[in-house]
Design a binder for this molecule. Structure first.
Ligand SMILES: [Zn+2]
Length: 213
């Protein structure tokens, strides 16, 4: 696991074969097209050296050694899909909006990380069989967890209420900025058209189309 982690230093500089026997080449398929043309870090550049310093920091390496590869992939995938839940890709968010959504996703994830396995009415634990991508077709048994809860939201609102009680003014100064960051509801940015007008425009278009053909 540590060798795999260290290989990151090479990978970001477009080097995918490594001199450690424990992890001699990257796990990804040979890179082609767009994947090939990434903006790799220049070997020896300031950015590459700085990043290498972060990746190989002793305290971090110590943690990496404790990771089990499978479990890590699974919970990381779970976290990524959770981020998509809070910040769907098809919607553009402001920096502030995206930042808040990422924080919410992290709160939700941590708050629900240690859920108990759900039970059937007869008391037996519930499991499901999955075929995760990283197992390449092999199955894994996954315990079905109890429903996620949103208790952190109540704590958030409570904290917000308290800080408002403490200094209403400070909060009021912040909130206009926040609302400026929120995207306008889509309905507001579109003009509504009366139904009859829309229908007659549509019919006129159809007639024109028929004449052309
Ligand atoms: Zn690579």
């Amino acid at each position: 696991m540590e060798a795999k982690w260290r290989s990151l230093v090479n990978h970001i500089q477009d080097i995918h074969d490594h001199d450690t026997p424990a992890f001699s080449s990257c796990a990804h398929a040979p890179l082609e097209g767009d994947q090939r043309d990434k903006e790799w870090l220049e070997p020896g550049s300031m950015a590459a050296v700085k990043l290498e310093g972060i990746i190989t920091r002793t305290s971090l390496l110590k943690d990496v050694r404790q990771l089990s590869p499978q479990h890590q992939t699974y919970s990381l995938e779970a976290f990524h899909s959770l981020i998509l839940h809070f910040a769907p890709k098809h919607t553009g968010f402001s920096y502030h909006g995206m930042y808040s959504r990422l924080l919410l996703a992290a709160l939700h994830y941590n708050y629900n990380a240690n859920r108990e396995t759900a039970r059937r009415s007869d008391g037996l634990e519930r499991y499901s069989v999955r075929y995760p991508r990283f197992r390449k077709g092999a199955w894994v048994v996954v315990p079905i967890k109890e429903k996620a809860s949103y208790g952190y939201a109540t704590s958030l609102i409570e904290a917000l209420r308290e800080s408002y009680m403490d200094s209403p003014k400070a909060l009021q100064e912040v909130s206009p900025n926040l609302s400026a960051c929120a995207p306008a509801p889509i309905a507001k940015s579109f003009q509504q058209i009366p139904k009859e007008e829309a229908v007659s425009l549509y019919l006129a278009q159809q007639t024109r189309y028929k004449k052309l053909n």
